[in-house]
Structure formats: C-alpha cells, structure tokens
Design a protein around this ligand. Structure first.
Ligand code: GTP
Ligand code: MG
Length: 650
C-alpha cells in the first residue's frame, strides 16, 4: 500500500512557505521532473511502512499528485512574482554572494582507502582535517567537555592587634577583632547548561574581611557556587598547599604530602628538620621545650616568614622565642595552619551528577580560618598586652577534573553532513545549525521529543505538513530580507504556532525523551580523529543510539559498518545500544536506487549480533517525512531501557 500522507504534507508546506523555500522546492520539482521520475514514486513514499492508527489517503496517487501540482505551481508563480517586486538591491547582492558560497559535497569526507591509495595518505588527510575542525571549534568559543579546575576556599581575614585608648595615653585592654572566615566553594547543577565552557580554570572563594579595633570582627568572605550541566563527573585529583604556606616546598615548588610524615622545607625549619622527615606533632613539642637557636638573631627571610603568620602592633618587635610561643597558642586553640590532608586521611571527592542536585549545593572547598585578634593571645606565656594577632589562613588548592557526559536518552550518530541536525530539528524544533557542509555541528545539542497520544510528536499546535528544515544560512537570509522590508520575520516563521482548531481532537503527551545531535564522526574517530573522543564520550550514556546514514551516498551499508566499527573500537558493547538505522534524504534518490540501498543495509543488519533490536527506516528529515515509525521505535527502546534501569536500582 502506498502512503501518500507524507507527500501531501510536503506539498502543503510548499504552498504555504516563504519565497526562498519555494525556490528550493521548485528546483527540486524541476529536477525530478527532468529526470523523468514520478514524484510520488520516490524511494521514500514507497518504502515508508503505514503507521498504525493513522488514516491513509485512499485516492489514487496520480490524482492527488495532479491536483496538488496544479495548485502548487500556480502558487509558486504568484509568490515568485511577488517576491521579485519586493527584492531590494541589498537583498539581491546578499543572495548572490550567498549563491557563490562554496559547497563541500558530502562525498568529500569519504576517506576510505581506495585501492590505489596508500593508507598513510588517508591518515595524514584525517589528521589535517582534525586540526582544521578543532581550529574552527576554537574560533567559535567551543564546546568543552573536559577541563581541570583549581579550586580553593577564600583566604581568612587577618586578626587585628589593637588596644582601647585610655585617657592617659597608655594602652588599654586588647580589643582587636578576629578576621572573617574565607568564602567556600560549592557545586550545583544547572538545567540550562550543556557545556563546561563557562567555568573558569581557577576558582577561589571570596576572602574574609580583616578584623578591626573595638572588637570589630571581619565579615565572612562570599561563597562561590559553580554551576555545571547535569551529567558532569567531578573528580578531585590533587591537593597542594598554598605556595606561601609553611607547608609548601622550598623555592616555590610545591610538595604534596603523600604520607602522614611531612618534610618541612621552610625558612623556619632548622637544617636538621629539613634534612630529616619529621612529624609535625613532635616539631611543636620540641618548640615548646625551647631551643638554643631561639637566642640567635633572626634573618630577614625568617622575619618575613613569621610575618606571613602574624600581624604585629605598630612598633612591636618579637624574638623567635616569642613568635614560637604565639604559634603554640594558635595550635592549642586549633587555629594553626595545617597541611592538606592526604588522600588516605580524607578520601578524594568524586561526584557523579547524573541527576540534578536538589537542595543545598555540594561543598567542594572550605574557606580558610580568620586570623585571631590580639585578645586571643592574652595571658598566654605572660602576655598581658599582646601586641600580636594572627593572619588568616590560606586553604590548600584542590585540582578537580570535570568531565561532561551528556545525558540524552537517544544519541544520533553518523558521518558529517548526513542530516543529523536536520533530524533533531524536525523532531524537536530545536534550532540546531544546519548547513550543506561537513562539521556544521561542533557541539553536542540536546532536544526533547514529545510524543502525543495520536502518535504524532513535536509541537502540538504545528499543523501537519508545515514543517521544513532549511539550511540555517537560508533562514538568516530570510530574516535579513524581512528586516529590510521593515517586517521582522522569525527564522522559524514557517513553523508558526497556531491555536488548535475547535474541531481538533485534544492531544495529550504520552511519552517524552531527549535526543542529542552530535558532531559528525570520521573514520578513525575512536583514535581521536575529527572531533573524535569528545563526542563519543557524551553518547556513552545514552539509552539508545540512532545511526544516521545518507541514502544518496553510493554505499550506505559500508558506511554503517565503518560507523559501527568506530563505536566498537571506542568502547565494546556500545553498538548493542543501536536501535534504528536511519537512511536519511529519502526524498533525494529515485525509487529503484533507494530500494536497492535499503535492501543492502537490511541484509547487512540481519547478520549483526544486535539485529533483533535494529530497525531500518528511510525518511526525510528535511521534509519531516517517515519520522513516526522512527519515533515509535526509539520511544519503545527508551521505555524498555528505563524500566531495566529502574529494576536494577530497585
Ligand atoms: N534533500 C534533503 N536534504 C537534507 C535532508 N536532511 C538533511 N539535508 C541537507 O543536508 C545538509 C546537511 O544537513 P545537516 O543537518 O547540517 O547535517 P549534519 O549531519 O548535522 O552535519 P554535521 O553537523 O556537519 O555533521 C543540509 O544542507 C540539509 O539541508 C533530507 O532529508 N533531504
Ligand atoms: Mg549537524
């Protein structure tokens, strides 16, 4: 049986669409006619299986074709003459420059070695392309799915060494305020983000305010909340003390404590200390007992080092012994600087943000302690008028690795320029970039497919047959023309939403799933050629995969094998997620050729281990034809997989 429903929709769309759409359509009609091919017998309409529950038109195809063509062509003539009248020199020059746009044909990525070609040439060509696409990606701001970030809590504010003034001019009671606690760094998910590019490489909590006289404490530092997309995996990979800290390595090099023992390499440590590995605890005990070194004069370097821990009242001078006593006071009060905990003492943080973070954000790095004001040192080892206050501590820096694994239920995979973005747009209305050259899509995109009770999908108000997905530059042209005419025409103008007619059956949503459009994959993608790993990583978690092949290419079956091999090489078992094989651009081939290629793919699929889950379908993303069957297939698979996951977690 013949399904002409799709064709009627396409014809209807053409009759309603704007001038540039008409031109495309008209040239298509003309070329098809010229080749002596009957339109309704395109591979698409013949191969599309009837969708259950959808009423089929029983009129003879010839009659429908004739009727629609007469109307359509009259419409086209009328519109063309209209558009000629309004076209301005500016819009004409714009179009002509666009017409000169170089078109890279889809076959240009066919890099499978030809018999006479050396494999090395192919590889070097692929590497050249990888460089080119990466450059393009960088120029566009780029998608980032893997970054390392240095995170540190804010430094604590310094304590104040101050005294209440007395009428006699002597120093009254100590009244320095404490420094404020540094701000902490938190993490939460954001539903609107789809890449990590907005995250800075270095994130510090806000610094705490300094304490002041009259026991005025410093204000706490501002907290920082990092927002990441859902699907981000966060791993702490390193901790290191601040380079100015006592625990930092000598000469600014940083030493990460790998065991409980810590090598003290600091101006304050004696020669013996830096030679031996010394327990920190014991170090402080030894300090308390006093040391003959205490009586020796301090070097400038040592003074500077103490200055990083303490603030002195103006004019005050401290000996080494006094400093050590003050340090002990801090330690007893639990305010002394500590080395970063090792991974054994405090396991590294690992978070898998597969579901949105609800409630409080997650703490990644705590702010440093505020320094103590001088009242804290009162009475300690004989201080009646402590002319010393503590500085705020600088927390250690953690290096985190952020990796984004996009969480779409379905992933579209295919070589460049086969129409993946077009299909995403046809399914979801998301304005993904579509253009007739390879690597249009550089960043994965996610759209939501909504399935209605009558088996339709997408925008519930969009009348059938009004949808066409055009190359984005054409839309931009249309937009510009609209602006010139003084009327702003949305790029989605031909998808305008209409209120459902009263006689229409009410629709309700029965299922919803997300689908991701990914950058095109090249042979050797699993070796990181093209955009390689970056997007393979993000499809790893999809519940189902849809292969997109271009039916106008000479051997879609071979393309499928190359695609499958790439996925298999990247990760074993990934191909078992395959659900549908889409032969796109069904409107572009004539029936016999289309049928042959379709059969070849089907024969090949029958030999695959995952054959029982795979369905082969021919469709046209551009004209939204033949999509229902694919949506049903994907929906079923997604629901099955979701049920399995639920069972497993139960
Ligand atoms: N005739 C016809 N053209 C189509 C169809 N689907 C896509 N195209 C055209 O094919 C070209 C490439 O489409 P895209 O959707 O950008 O392809 P892609 O796979 O996303 O390409 P990359 O992002 O570069 O990997 C565009 O010019 C589309 O208009 C279709 O079903 N029929
Ligand atoms: Mg694309």
């Amino acid at each position: 049986m013949l399904c002409v429903d799709g064709w009627i929709r396409a014809a209807r769309f053409a009759a309603h669409a704007g001038p540039s759409t008409l031109r495309t359509r008209q040239s298509w009609l003309a070329s098809t006619r010229a080749s002596g091919q009957s339109l309704h017998t395109s591979a698409l309409t013949r191969l599309e299986a009837p969708t259950p529950g959808v009423q089929e038109h029983t009129d003879g195809p010839d009659r429908i074709e004739d009727e629609f063509f007469r109307d359509l062509e009259a419409d086209i003539d009328e519109r063309e003459s209209d558009s000629r009248q309004v076209s301005t020199p500016a819009s004409r020059s714009k179009r002509s420059s666009k017409d000169e746009k170089p078109v890279i044909h889809s076959s240009s990525w066919d890099l499978r070695p030809q018999p006479e070609e050396a494999f090395d040439d192919v590889v070097s060509e692929l590497l050249r392309r990888k460089k080119k696409t990466e450059m393009k990606r960088m120029q566009q701001g780029g998608f980032l799915d893997h970054i390392t970030v240095q995170i540190r809590g804010g430094r604590g504010g310094h304590g104040a060494a101050a005294f209440t003034a007395t009428s006699s001019g002597t120093l009254g009671p100590a009244s320095g305020g404490n420094g404020g606690q540094g701000g902490s760094v938190y993490l939460k998910t954001s539903p609107t983000l789809t890449s990590l590019h907005s995250i800075s490489r270095r994130i510090n909590g806000g610094p705490g305010g300094n304490g002041k006289g009259d026991t005025l404490h410093g204000r706490p530092g501002t907290d920082v909340v990092i927002e990441v997309p859902v699907g981000t995996v966060v791993r702490e990979i390193r901790r290191k003390p601040d380079p100015t800290s006592k625990f930092a390595g000598q000469n600014g090099s940083v030493q990460f404590p790998t065991s409980r023992n810590l090598k003290i390499a600091h101006p304050l440590a004696s020669k013996k200390d830096s030679a031996d590995i010394l327990e920190v605890e014991e170090d402080f005990e030894a300090l308390d007992k006093g040391d003959e070194a205490d009586n020796q004069p301090m070097s400038e370097q040592e003074k500077k080092a103490w200055d990083r821990t303490f603030v002195l009242f103006p004019g005050a001078e401290f000996t080494r012994a006094e400093y050590r006593r003050a340090e002990r006071a801090l330690k007893k009060g639990g305010r002394a600087e500590k080395p970063p905990p090792t991974f054994e003492q405090e396991p590294p943080k690992t978070l898998d943000l597969e579901v949105p973070v609800t409630g409080d954000p997650i703490l990644l790095a705590r702010g440093g302690h505020g320094g103590m004001g001088n009242p804290f040192f009162f009475g300690f080892s004989g201080y009646r008028q402590p002319r010393i206050a503590g500085r705020g501590t600088i927390p250690y820096t953690s290096t985190y690795e952020f990796e984004l694994k996009l969480l779409a239920d379905v992933g579209l995979v295919g070589f460049p320029n086969v129409g993946k973005s077009t299909i995403l747009r046809a399914l979801t209305g998301r304005r993904a970039e579509v253009a007739d050259y390879s690597f249009t899509t550089l960043n994965p995109q996610i759209g939501v497919v909504r399935v209605w009770n009558d088996g339709t999908f997408g925008d519930p108000n969009a009348p059938e047959g009004r949808l066409v997905v055009e190359d984005t530059w054409k839309e931009r042209d249309q937009e510009a023309e609209g602006r010139l005419k003084g009327e702003y025409q949305s790029a989605r103008g031909h998808r305008e939403v209409v209120t459902p007619r009263e006689d229409m059956e009410p629709k309700y949503e029965v299922a919803r799933f997300t689908i991701s459009d990914n950058p095109g994959l090249l042979p050797l993608a699993s070796e990181n050629v093209g955009l390689g790993h970056s997007f393979l990583r993000s499809i790893e978690r999809s519940l189902a995969l849809a292969y997109v092949l271009d039916i106008t290419r000479p051997d879609p079956a071979a393309d499928l094998m190359t695609l499958r091999n790439e996925l298999d090489t990247y990760k074993e078992g990934l191909t078992s997620k395959g659900t549908v094989i889409i032969l796109n651009k069904g409107d572009k081939v004539d029936e016999q050729v289309g049928r042959e290629r379709f059969e070849r793919v089907k024969d090949l699929v029958a030999t695959l281990p995952e054959a029982q889950n795979l369905e082969v379908t021919v469709l046209s993303g551009k004209f939204g034809l033949g999509m229902k069957k694919m949506v049903q297939g994907l929906r079923q698979r997604v629901e099955q997989e979701r049920a399995k996951t639920q069972e497993r977690s139960a």
